[in-house]
Write a protein that binds this ligand. Structure first.
Ligand code: SF4
Ligand code: F3S
Ligand code: ZN
Length: 103
């Protein structure tokens, strides 16, 4: 599961579409955590898709992650600023790849 303390335990190593990426990142095998308010551990996500289907405000978008061992697409929190903290995505992800930190 995603580390709920990732903000203490990891460093921001890059930006992706306006959100933070928390390392380590070593493509293609290690991709880190994308987002902060809505955080997705790309190394755990296996492209189940429930988060995209269920998010009422369409926070997530697929991004291509070719050659990653878990899956070659990931749910990117592209619109994390629109999150309404309903926690549905956290509940439905089968591998607990998502952490939402209600304001
Ligand atoms: Fe979407 Fe709710 Fe998850 Fe926020 S907590 S990203 S609104 S499903
Ligand atoms: Fe990935 Fe979990 Fe969504 S596996 S696609 S973060 S439901
Ligand atoms: Zn991203």
């Amino acid at each position: 599961a995603i580390d709920p303390e990732f903000e203490e335990n990891r460093d921001i190593v890059e930006q992706h579409d306006g959100h933070n990426v928390w390392g380590p990142v070593e493509e293609p095998d290690t991709l880190g955590i994308h987002g902060t308010h809505v955080a997705v551990d790309f190394d755990i996500c296996l492209a189940d898709g429930a988060c995209l289907e269920d998010c009422p405000v369409d926070v997530f978008e697929w991004v291509d992650t070719p050659d990653h061992p878990e899956s070659e697409i990931k749910a990117d929190p592209a619109h994390e600023d629109q999150c309404i903290d309903c926690m549905l995505c956290v509940d439905v992800c089968p591998v607990d790849a998502i952490d939402v930190d209600p304001g």
